[in-house]
Write a protein that binds this ligand. Structure first.
Ligand code: ATR
Length: 288
């Protein structure tokens, strides 16, 4: 029941109708019996600043931020967390007594999913990361936070973008080496104990594609995380399963980045499994 005291959370994006965040967060709010509600706001880029002014005026407690606002929103905020500043993108805004604080929970979500769903208490010394966009940037930040990860091979279709990302996050160039993602990429992936796909290859409607043309570099003992969650079972994850590697789908990261945002807003321990299940039910419906 919505009451006179109901607090409001939400997500801003454009488009935003397909977001699974409302399902996940409302399930979590209900599970904890909180008089809060989470809604989706379609905000056009030209209205972003006005939307943030509205967040202050209406005392909206928290917003998630999705495409295309994750970078542009940074200059409308009062403060940035160290992660958000370093990653250069915000996916969560916390309205703390009128001060808007930008966070980025994507790196946490990905690392926590690797720990929980991937069974990685200790990360392997060598990791391979495919992609150099916004998602790859958050993952690279997370990997660099783990001292046991000695070497990260970053492969991207456009290697210049990979070089730029590596230089920004690993200025000394000690741990990240960059290459081109192409059919020959298997040699650069073979030695990695962890492979993460942060490209959009394999996403609906091109679910017949895998970022690795030749999956022979996948092997038992390797953990393979695909950030694509539409569909959940990507061709890359099927290839990983067939090779005896451990496949990890993108739902864990989705639920865990949301759970961390929930914790920032409410100060309460998030019911991660409830969020995961709600996300799964939402994703189970055709996303067009
Ligand atoms: P996101 O925010 O999800 O990371 P993005 O910033 O648009 O989205 O990044 C998309 C990533 O997928 C990029 O690394 C992109 O490679 P380029 O930098 O070369 O554009 C990668 N990508 C998209 N389509 C691809 C394809 N068909 N083959 C290989 N890589 C692809």
């Amino acid at each position: 029941m919505i009451s006179g005291k109901t607090r409001v959370l939400g997500v801003i994006g454009h488009p935003v109708e397909h977001s699974s965040s409302p399902a996940m967060h409302n399930a979590a709010l209900q599970a904890l019996g909180l008089d809060w509600v989470y809604v989706a706001f379609a905000v056009r880029p030209a209205e972003l600043r006005a939307a943030l002014a509205g967040m202050r005026a209406l005392q909206i407690r928290g917003l998630n931020v999705t495409v295309p606002h994750k970078v542009a929103v940074m200059e409308c905020l009062d403060e940035l967390s160290p992660e958000a500043r370093e990653i250069g993108a915000v996916n969560t805004i916390h309205n703390r007594d009128g001060r808007l604080i930008g966070h980025n929970t994507d790196a946490f979500g990905a690392m926590e999913s690797l720990r929980q769903e991937g069974g990685l208490e200790q990360f392997p010394p060598q990791a391979a990361l495919l992609g150099a966009g916004g998602a790859a940037r958050a993952v690279l930040y997370g990997l660099l936070q783990r001292p046991e990860v000695e070497r990260i091979t970053l492969l991207n279709r456009t290697p210049e973008k990979g070089e730029k990302l590596a230089t920004e996050l690993d200025p000394g160039g000690k741990r990240v080496r960059v290459g081109k993602l192409d059919p020959q990429s298997k040699d650069q992936v073979r030695d990695a104990g962890l492979l993460i796909n942060a490209t959009s290859v394999g996403m609906h409607p091109r679910q017949g594609e895998s970022p690795l043309a030749d999956p022979s570099c996948l092997r038992p003992g390797m953990v393979v995380l695909d950030l694509v969650y539409n569909p959940l079972q990507t061709l890359l994850l099927r290839q990983a399963q067939e090779a005896g590697a451990r496949p990890v789908d993108g739902l864990g990261m989705l639920a865990r980045q949301g759970a961390r945002a929930f914790e920032i807003w409410t100060g309460m321990e998030p019911p991660v499994e409830v969020m995961r299940k709600a996300g799964m039910e939402r994703l189970g419906k055709p996303v067009i």
